[in-house]
Design a protein around this ligand. Sequence first.
Ligand code: SF4
Length: 940
Amino acid sequence: MSKALDLFGTVRAFDLENGHQAAFYALPQLEKSGVGPVSRLPVSIRLVLESVLRNCDGKRVLEQNVRELANWKPTAPRKEEIPFVVARIVLQDFTGLPLLVDLAAMRSALARLGRNPKLIEPLVPVDLVVDHSVQVDYYGTPDALSQNLELEFKRNRERYEFLKWGMQAFETFKVVPPGIGIVHQVNLEYLAKGVLSCPSTINHQPATLFCPDTLVGTDSHTTMINGLGIVGWGVGGIEAEAGMLGQPVYFLTPDVVGVHLTGALREGVTATDVALTVTQMLRKAKVVGKFVEFFGPGAAALPVVDRATIANMAPEYGATMGLFPIDEECVNFLRATGRSEEHCRIYENYYRAQELFGIPKKGEIDYSTELELDLATVVPSVAGPKRPQDRIELPNLKREFLAALTKPLNESGFGRAAEELSKSFSVSATAGFQPGGGSPKPTSPWEGQIRHGSVLIAAITSCTNTSNPSVMLAAGLLAKKAVERGLQVNPLVKASLAPGSRVVTDYLNQTGLQKYLDQLGFNLVGYGCTTCIGNSGPLPAPVDDAIVKYNLVAASVLSGNRNFEARVHQSIKANFLMSPPLVVAFALAGRVDIDLSREPIGKGKGGEDVYLKDLWPTLREVRDLVHAALKPEVFRQLYRDFAGLNPKWNEIPAKPGNVYQWQASSTYIQEPPFFQDFGLEPGEIHEIKGARALGIFGDSVTTDHISPAGSIKKTSPAGKYLIERGVAAEDFNSYGSRRGNDRVMTRGTFANVRIKNLMAPGTEGGVTRCFASKGCECAPGDTVSIYDASMAYQREGTPLVVIAGQEYGTGSSRDWAAKGTALLGVKAVVAQSFERIHRSNLVGMGVLPLQFKEGTNAQTLKLDGTETFDVLGLGQDLKPQQDLSLRLTRANGQVETVLVTCRIDTPIEIDYYQHGGILPCVLRQLAGAQSTGPGATARG
Ligand code: SF4
């Protein structure tokens, strides 16, 4: 039972049904009391304000926080931080498991200190969905699903045993087992309630209290839930841990960009096309760190599943959220997905009582800026070959791909000579199947031609699209028409279908469309992220060998939302995002250097040319089938008794005990060093002196460059470590699945095969030049692995810095990108700009983010890695966003000093930094030690 105060006198009653009433913190009452002009505030701000108001206790959340947010100004300077207490947390297994490792390590630390380990217990419900581990080893066969699941359980048994320990050790920690779906789709279809209730006492009187459903998740695409009017976004695992231990999630008061949608989609255009268009438009509008809110008649006319597809791309357009407000359409969606009639009525009544029901019209809300998009202007599009915001109108793809092929590498091209374009090469393979080791798909021998632009992976993947029946049914309808016309997919194409819930299978079967997808090779391979997270599995060995031998720019087409280098597959350089029906179309065409608006996609049964327009389903055809997709009874049936319906999960034993018994022999789960030698007093903030550069990087270094999720190379430091421990290369699994082992992850930091360290020109991969004078065998200036250099520097006690360009840490919210950086001994990252979550994760791990002033960067300073660095001005009186001095001493002794901005953005982050990170800070509070940081008094 929660205890709440009503410091502003805003608690009122609203009608549940049948004459019953319940309590809520009424936002309109705040305006009536003269606290602020609440009704003009963006809906997203009002939903956050409700949490601030409800949790206002004068300690964790102050009255001043309520007043400030109730008086949010569209264009004011942003200095205040908002303490946001969320109602629940969602996790996926790649990020969730290391979080559980940290919780277990905190319990171990408390036990060592003689404190009660149960002090570490999530205070809000936590749901972990196991979705990131399944890989596409088997494909193109009817048993691909069961075979891949079999391999997944074999590879991940130790991780799953650990999750089962967590389920019994923590009371509020639940797991949706493998083979059910993708976290955001499961959240949308099942976990999300829209409105929550809890027994409570308000001012010491018992009451049933209702509040909005709010959450954070350890995955950047948590924003899918914004499509259902729910406030939520991705945070690093580190922040999520603090959130579940009762700390508010702190963030700077955001600007809110209103996007006024009008019009409706034209024939041939999908929700994916809108998402790619919005992504490009909002990237240009620089919405990084801002809330985006969609409104107007175009927004109101979109079904929730289309809203969710657009909201899910918020990380790609850079916004914290992409919220669609609550309306009748949300109620319809909740009803159609099996939520009870009673719940739907309470949901509607609650938001009506809050005066938050209905999509706002132009002029009703004061936004920081307003943008316009007429949905009728959206055209069929793809995005790539390297970034999701690089949208290409479908007819221009051929031209753009050919241009990219010959453009230099430093202009985001592939640097190939024009005469190479016409060459093609034969590939053949005998029959056979060798999962995990490069597997030719068919059971009979085959051969084909490959060249630049050949499509070798075609994946219907990603919750962005698989949660949307309209695009999934469109893919099925296109497959049906293609099969009926006699078209086939070349066996060189690795095709796969990986939905985010079993509901998709139900409606593709009910509508009879799955069999056509099967005939084209789009057999079901699993319910999970698969290709979208880079688990595309091996290509047939002869194909992979040919790509490498002829240095080909081969292509993937996928309905995913990210296409950074080496994310989809290490050998595939050009990756194009597109809607599921276009994935099927490009699989049929077999190449991306084709103008599908004019050139035939293939030959029909009678040898006639077949064009995309001959296969494309009409909006009417899709709409007629959508009603088959959303049946409440199907959702209810498929989302119950996960364990009972999953015998493999039941076979996994659950170890007992509140404190985890760490196994020295495990290569998956190790106690991380974060709380070893843990003391109850925080350290002091000092200047950094005599640091060396571990790496100097260009723009758009992603979290996947910093901490890759994909496969582990045998020759990499992580690969060597595993081999030394007796792990065979085929059992390496991925970095993502090894995040419970800091030894693997530290060795894997900056180990992406595509990362380019400008300190070692002409190289690719995790190497650097090492200038350590002691502690290593190499000569100063030698090129060695980043891990080996870090170890040498740590042995001689030299602190390290990383220098980077724009948008450092873009991509998924990946706390290992910050943890690995910290464990490599990096004390500061100096970049031209930071992506939001990674910046806060660095602070959360005690690494100092510093930002170059406009016009300064590694190039203007002519840095080559031979310098040493001092960060001056750092001390106990450090203030958020304060200027500091970066002094560089060049190899010739010349000294230069530039100003940098300290990107510790809020007072609470100063506390975290002083404590060496957010987790030591929280642990000290829980262990009863006093915080000495500047924000400690205000936050209790
Ligand atoms: S990796 Fe792709 S499919 Fe998985 S949660 Fe993220 S966006 Fe969705």
